[in-house]
Structures are given as C-alpha cells and as structure tokens.
Ligand binder design. Structure first.
Ligand SMILES: [Fe+2]
Ligand SMILES: [Fe+2]
Length: 126
C-alpha cells in the first residue's frame, strides 16, 4: 500500500512540475489520466484489503475514495475542454490547480489511510 502511495505521489509531483513549467496541455491531460488509473487501482486494492480485515470504517473510507476519484475526474474533464478549445489557463489558475492536486490526496493519506494503518497495526497485520 505504501508503495502505491509513493507511486501516486511521484505522479502528483510530475504533474506539479508540468503545471509549473508551463508544460503543454496534452502532457497535463496525459499525466492526469495516468494519475486517475493509478488511483483507481490503489483504491480498489485498498478497499479489498479493508474488506479482508473487516475494517469497521470501510463504508466511510470507501465513500471518501469515491469523492476523491470524482474530484480528479472532474479536473481531467475541465483540462480536456481547455485543450480541445485551445483555451489558455492563466498562471494563477494553474497554480491553484497545482495546489489543489497537492492537497487532494495527501490529506487523505495522512488522515483516513493513517487510521487504517493504525487499525491494521493493532491487529498485527503488516
Ligand atoms: Fe484510502
Ligand atoms: Fe491510500
């Protein structure tokens, strides 16, 4: 699970760099799609893991995953519209997006995933 988190953070950092270096829109979209695929796999695995260990907060945690996935899918849709209409996003808009994405997953990892980790530790699951 931690390895998957690292993979997600690597993609997020790459996305951040692309946004900050005025990377082209197609690359931003591509990296976002990759992030979404990775996120789907990770959430899916994490949910299976929670079920396997009868995690009591499973429903709530799964709902958080769904919200997060919808949020980032919404971001991709917006970016695709920007690309297909050849619109320009202002520097502040890019900065806001970069900040949003940085916060987007990290707050989940340090909060909900951390709780899951503590639960598993208490059950002596590695
Ligand atoms: Fe999670
Ligand atoms: Fe996670």
């Amino acid at each position: 699970m931690d390895k998957q988190h690292d993979g997600l953070l690597t993609t997020l950092n790459r996305l951040h760099e692309t946004l900050m270096s005025h990377g082209d829109q197609a690359l931003i979209d591509k990296t976002l799609s990759h992030l979404i695929d990775q996120t789907r796999v990770h959430f899916h695995d994490e949910e299976a893991f929670m079920r396997a260990h009868n995690y009591p907060d499973y429903q709530d945690h799964k709902e958080l995953h769904e919200v997060l996935l919808r949020q980032v899918e919404g971001v991709l849709e917006t970016q695709q519209v920007i690309e297909s209409h050849h619109l320009q996003q202002s520097w502040t808009e890019k900065l806001d997006l970069a900040d949003f994405l940085r916060e987007w997953l990290i707050s989940h990892i340090v909060d909900a995933d951390k709780k899951l980790g503590l639960f598993l530790q208490s059950k002596n699951v590695e």
